[in-house]
Design a binder for this molecule. Structure first.
Ligand code: ADP
Length: 246
């Protein structure tokens, strides 16, 4: 099995001095689905923004992260962005075209792919058939999020990186999202406060707190560790309450 992501000594400080990531080390194997959990301000979004080179703003000569063996340096930025599909936390940061169709078609067009074949397929995957000519600005948050996901899937990424994908979804939308993600065989990294979603989708979890990885292991083991969870502003999810820790 190939290593999809190799993070080796990644630290990051925002320009105002805030230390957001502190010497992270971990690997993700191809086809793994890894949950990223931790309290607000732990550094989850900052980490995800590094995975396809949105951050840091200036790339160092020696990379502290690589994607399928390619170090994240300037020369590889295009190729890495091609492989890592990032769903932002706020859909309004991602949608910028007048219609859903144009938005979802944008990525494939940039890549020289044929949107006529791809757009209907991904809109069907996310449950947005019939929304082609709708304006994203007049859609619900949940619908916008699905449009963003369609746009990411349209580029056929090898690694899907999702920041809080279930926030603002109604229960049916959330169930459909979980089912959709489960069907996708690609490598996934999912930052979420929705621990039940994490239990359902992720076999492994990283716990981040104050920019450090404080735990990395099998999901049920970590989420059942009540002292660990409480120490990092989390709680044991209901879905695991009926089973005893082992
Ligand atoms: P999480 O996603 O786990 O809530 P973030 O990655 O958003 O955490 O934030 C990590 C730390 O970086 C926090 O202390 C946060 O206040 C800070 N931070 C986030 N974005 C910025 C920014 N644009 N400028 C300065 N500090 C930021």
């Amino acid at each position: 099995m190939r290593t999809a992501l190799d993070v080796n000594g990644l630290s990051y400080r925002y320009s105002d001095g805030t230390a957001a990531l502190d010497d992270l080390h971990f690997q993700v194997q191809e086809s793994e689905c890894v949950g990223l959990i931790g309290p607000n301000g732990a550094g989850k979004s900052t980490l995800l923004l590094h995975l396809n080179g949105v951050l840091p703003e200036t790339l160092a000569r020696t990379a502290t992260l690589s994607v399928f063996g390619e170090p994240l340096v300037e020369a590889n930025l295009r190729s890495i962005r091609r492989q890592v599909g990032l769903l932002f936390q706020d859909p309004d940061d991602q949608l910028f075209c007048p219609t859903v169709y144009e938005d979802v078609a944008f990525g494939p067009k940039q890549l020289g792919l044929d949107p006529a074949e791809i757009v209907p397929r991904v809109l069907a995957e996310v449950g947005l058939v019939g929304f082609e000519s709708r304006s994203p600005s007049r859609m619900s948050h949940g619908e916008k999020r699905r449009a963003c996901l369609a746009g990411v899937l349209a580029c056929d990424p090898a690694i899907l990186v999702l920041d809080e994908p279930s926030s603002d979804l109604d229960p049916r939308g959330r169930r459909e999202l979980i089912a959709l993600l489960r069907r996708l065989p690609i490598t996934k990294i999912i930052a979420s406060h929705d621990l039940e979603l994490v239990v359902e989708l992720c076999s492994r979890v990283l716990v981040l707190d104050r920019g450090k990885i404080v735990a990395d292991g099998p999901t049920t083991e970590i989420l059942n560790d009540e002292p660990l969870m409480l120490a990092h502003g989390l709680e044991r999810p209901h879905i695991l309450r009926h089973s005893h820790p082992h």
